[in-house]
Design a protein around this ligand. Structure first.
Ligand SMILES: NC(=O)c1ccc[n+]([C@@H]2O[C@H](COP(=O)([O-])OP(=O)(O)OC[C@H]3O[C@@H](n4cnc5c(N)ncnc54)[C@H](OP(=O)(O)O)[C@@H]3O)[C@@H](O)[C@H]2O)c1
Length: 249
């Protein structure tokens, strides 16, 4: 797909990987609309990049409806929806005082919200210019880790839903992309430590994903994610043990 003159919605576009999408896509001459809960973060990103901030919580049906309506009024279409916002919660399932809340929040943010937002965006995607949806899943879609009882499952769900939607939405002319990053050097990645991986810089990751979008690579395994997928197939027990060595700070 071409990457200029597009109307692009990036969830979580104010920091981390999302901010890198905002920077690089705005610099290419696209209109970038960014969402996130923290208004100040969004404003700073908007001032730096010229993006349009739409504050709100991606897990809120009301906020999703409001974003879609605002974009309909301002632009009339969405050409690319980047479902990027996500959280990673390490906790002990039995002893953590907030386990119940964490299970629901992680699934709501990482799995439910990208799908419900995509569904709500369909009317604007249908009238988009070569419309596409990009899901940011993870190498963790292929391997679980002991310290994060829910995160990998939320990304597996996205991986499988992306395949189904690729099939179902093709007749509408909507292309479904999925990018599976390795560990990336952002706020989320900052707390992760292991000898097994080297953190990828967010600008390098996003350059790789934009190259994949241009070349129509619908499933993108970035950096060490390729190795992780391969290892999960040939030695799943070993992969789980290696993933479980990751320390969370
Ligand atoms: N970093 C990694 O190692 C890594 C590896 C593979 C995949 N990923 C995936 O890449 C995506 C981006 O990760 P990142 O590393 O950039 O994380 P990050 O630095 O922690 O940033 C997360 C982004 O998501 C937004 N967000 C979180 N919860 C939200 C909510 N309820 N409503 C609206 N926005 C919300 C945050 O904005 P607010 O806080 O302002 O709401 C922020 O912009 C995630 O889906 C993550 O799972 C990351």
């Amino acid at each position: 797909m071409k990457l200029n003159g597009k109307i692009i919605l990036v969830t979580g576009g104010g920091r981390g990987i999302g901010l890198e999408f905002t920077r690089q896509l705005a610099a290419l001459g696209n209109t970038v609309i960014i969402t996130g809960r923290n208004k100040a973060t969004l404003e700073t990103a908007a001032q730096e990049t010229g993006a349009e901030p739409l504050p709100g919580d991606v897990t809120s049906a009301q906020d999703q409806d409001r974003w879609i309506e605002e974009i309909r009024v301002r632009h009339g279409r969405i050409d690319l929806l980047i479902n990027n916002a996500g959280i990673l919660l390490p906790y002990d399932f039995a002893s953590d005082a907030d386990t119940l809340e964490k299970i629901e929040r992680e699934i709501a943010t990482n799995s439910v919200a990208p799908l419900t937002l995509t569904r709500r965006a369909l009317p604007l995607l249908k009238v988009g210019d070569a419309p596409a949806v990009l899901f940011i899943s993870s190498a963790a879609a292929f391997v679980a880790a002991a310290a994060t009882p829910v995160y990998s499952g939320t990304k597996s769900l996205l991986h499988h839903s992306a395949q189904a939607l690729r099939h179902q939405l093709a007749p509408l002319g909507i292309t479904i992309f999925e990018a599976m990053p390795p560990v990336v050097d952002t706020d989320m990645g900052a707390g992760l430590k292991s000898d097994n991986f080297k953190k990828m810089a967010p600008d390098k990751l996003v350059r790789g994903i934009l190259k994949g979008l241009r070349e129509n690579q619908q499933e993108m395994l970035l950096g060490q994610a390729r190795q992780v997928k391969w290892l999960s197939r040939i030695a799943p027990g070993f992969a789980f043990r290696q993933f479980s060595k990751t320390e969370f700070h």
